[in-house]
Design a protein around this ligand. Structure first.
Ligand SMILES: Cc1ncc(COP(=O)(O)O)c(C=O)c1O
Length: 422
């Protein structure tokens, strides 16, 4: 694998050239939403200028729109290792999870059980709590383990049983970046006959997703977290898409996956999604030992996307290790979750930190004055901030990097944090 150099893609992202007080801005806000390359913007504009129509008509622009949807489904399927008819689009992950949870909950009986975790974003908690309330089901919450902020198979096994109908798990923490070892957790849930719904929103920009290898029943993510437009993507095993009843207007299709898509889709975003997946595919580099140029690879081929995401992950491990090594030397700075640079592969480059010298919101404001954009608060990871005991202290300062961030930017953020700590 050739090493990924972010300098090769930064010119494709005009926002990254933004400056404040004569200094380039550091976008360390990726977990809240990444920047978008020009190719994505162009694809969205081209769709609206040339092919804008609704689907199902007997005229050219309508048929082109149908092709845009089909292409986006194939692109998302390649990214997740699914088949195109297992991909459902929606407004965002939260809306898709609410609608799927309502459909799944129709199969529950009073006294059935559902498991959520304290590590998850509330978009993978509240829909299940509300669905359980509607059906008289019981909600059990799996705490996360400290200090890593991860999930234990033993703790899950102790919580589930024959009445467990669904386990909702996150792939990685959007607050502290820990990657959850999902396969044994999913297998444990399946052993008691429960379905598993995975929130991959935070993980998706940072690594390879393979729904077949995970064997999850459902997995949701959002393109705006991996350099695409604002559109949600839901994978579900075909048997579930077919068997479950969708809330749907009567004359529309009852054939999956369209059966799960309500109203008119955001076609321009779907055009942008395909361009986004093609952009990711373009990062695959040349296969080692082969003269094949990147441009000759099919950007939508699964193997291309796997190579691209592995290259991204390797670069991000370098960023993580660099940040963690430097952070350990800043007095009063605490990294919550995995802080050992040697364990960079077990986390995303998203750092939830606290500083002795400043509350998270004060630190975020100060960093902004110095051209560093970061988040503070709970980021809807309510259970995380509660279990860490930080709810009353303003939560966390979240510094989150993406593949387009550079080692120099890490060093710049570190020096701003050193100044804040003084
Ligand atoms: C881990 C995680 N899950 C779910 C969501 C919600 O995603 P969406 O905005 O697509 O509803 C987010 C958004 O920040 C997230 O980080």
């Amino acid at each position: 694998m050739t090493v990924f150099d972010p300098a090769s893609v930064r010119p494709l992202f005009p926002p990254l050239a933004r400056a404040m007080s004569g200094r380039p801005v550091v976008f360390a806000d990726g977990p809240g939403g990444t920047q978008v390359p020009t190719a994505v913007v162009s694809a969205m504009t081209a769709y609206l200028q040339q092919s804008n129509a609704n689907t199902g008509g007997r005229f050219a622009t309508s048929q082109e729109t149908g092709a845009v949807v089909a292409r986006a489904r194939a692109a998302a399927a390649a990214l997740l290792n699914a088949s195109a008819d297992e991909i459902v689009f929606g407004q965002n992950m939260t809306s898709l999870t609410f609608s799927m949870s309502r459909a799944i909950a129709r199969t529950w009986k009073p006294g059935d059980e559902v498991v959520v975790t304290a590590l998850d974003h509330d978009a993978n908690v509240a829909p299940w709590m509300l669905a359980a309330e509607d059906r008289g089901a019981v909600v059990r919450t799996l705490p996360f383990t400290l200090p890593d902020c991860s999930l234990s198979v033993d703790a899950l096994t102790a919580l589930i049983g024959p009445r467990t109908r669904l386990v909702a798990l996150g792939y990685a923490s959007n607050g502290v970046g820990s990657i959850v070892d999902l396969i044994p957790l999913i297998a444990a849930a399946h052993r008691v006959g429960a379905l598993v719904f995975v929130d991959a929103v935070h993980y998706a920009p940072h690594g390879v997703i393979d729904v077949r290898a995970l064997d999850c029943d459902f997995l949701a993510c959002s393109a705006y977290k991996f350099c695409g437009p604002h559109v949600g993507i839901l994978y579900a095993k075909q048997k579930h898409l077919e068997a479950l009843t969708a809330y749907k207007v009567r004359p529309s299709t009852m054939v999956a996956p369209g059966k799960w898509e309500t109203g008119t889709q955001n076609f321009e975003a779907l055009a942008g999604l395909s361009a986004c997946v093609a952009y990711l595919g373009s990062l695959a580099g040349s296969p080692v030992g082969s003269p094949t140029a990147t441009a000759e690879r099919d950007p939508f081929a699964r193997s291309t996307l796997v190579a691209a995401m592995e290259r991204i992950a390797a670069h991000e491990r370098t960023l993580s290790a660099r940040f963690l090594e430097a952070a350990a030397r800043i007095p009063g700075l605490r990294v919550h979750g995995i802080a050992d640079p040697a364990r960079a592969a077990e986390r995303t480059p998203t750092f939830g930190i606290t500083l002795a010298s400043a509350a998270p919101h004060q630190a975020a404001e100060r960093l902004c004055e110095h051209g560093v954009f970061v988040w503070d608060g709970h980021f809807y990871a309510k259970g995380l901030v509660d279990q860490l005991g930080l709810a009353d202290a303003g939560g966390l300062l979240r510094i989150g990097f993406a593949h387009y961030n550079t080692v120099d930017e890490i060093d710049r953020v570190v020096s701003e944090l050193q100044a804040l700590a003084r």
